[in-house]
Design a binder for this molecule. Sequence first.
Ligand code: FES
Length: 303
Amino acid sequence: MRFVFPAYNFAPALTPWMFVTNVWSAMSYTAALPKQRSFGETSRSDAWWIQPLLVFLGFSAFIVYSTWAAFQGLDAKHCYYWYGGDGANYLSPFYSPELFGSQQHPGIFGVAPSWWPGFMPFSPAFLIMWIPAGFRFTCYYYRGAYYKAFWADPMNCAVGEPRKVYWGERYFPLLIQNIHRYFLYFALIFILILGHDVWKALWFADDARVWHIGIGVGTLVLAINVILLAGYTLGCHSLRHLIGGFLDAQSKAPACAKGFACVSCLNRRHMLWAWLSLFWVGFTDVYIRLCAMGIWHDFHFIF
Ligand code: FES
C-alpha cells in the first residue's frame, strides 16, 4: 500500500514507514536547534573580527575628515575647497554644487545667504553635504557593514550579539532607513553635477581670462571621482528595483531588462564601488585643498 501525504503533494509517494521516519527526523531537527549565543560567543575559528574592525576604522576616519573639511568653509579669509591657481577651476566634491559660496569663490546664488540664521556658522558644504551623507548612511551595503562594526548587531555572522530580540528595520528609528530610495534620486542628479565639474576642470584661463581646453592632474582626479561615484550609485539596490526589479515578467519590457542587467552587473561589486568611491572622494578633497594651500603643485597641459 502507498500513502501520499496531502500537504506535500509535490513529494514522491511515501510508504508509511518512510513517513514515520521523516516526521521523526524533523522533530529531532527541531529539538537540536542551537541555543542563543551570549555576546561575542562563536564557534568560528577564523579572524571574523577583522572585517568589522576595518569598517569601523575606515568609516570613522571618513566621517571625521569630511566633517572637518565641511567646517573649513567657515574661514572668511581663505577658500581651500576651490583651486584656481594657474587658471585652473577645481571644486571639491564636498562643496559641489556650490549654491552659496565664499567671497573668494561665490556660488551659483552668490555668497552666504541673508536668511541663514545668524547664530549658526555658515559653510557652503552645510547646504548640500547631507545628501551624499544620507545616501551613504542609508545604503543597504553600508547598513549591513556598520550595524556589525558600530553596534555589534551582530559583530559578524554566527557571532553572539548583545541583545536578545531582533527588531529589524520595521520600527523607529531604523525605519527611517527606507528613505534610501529618495536619496537615490538626489544622488543621480549629483552625478550629473560632478560630471559638469569635470567639464569645467578641463578649461584653464590665461592672464587675459581667455579659456583654453587642457587637462591637469586635478582634472583626472575629479574624473576618476565621478566614475567611481557613478559606479557606486548606478549599482544601487534601489535603482535595481526601480529600473526592472519591480517587473513580474522582464521579457515583456526588454529595455528595462537591459537596464536591470547593467545595474545588476555593478551591483555585484557594490561593496568594492562603495569603498573605492568613499576613499577617492576624500582624496579629491585633499588634493584640491593641498593645491589651494600651495603645498602641492598641479601639473596641467593646454592643448
Ligand atoms: Fe548602496 Fe543604494 S544600496 S547605494
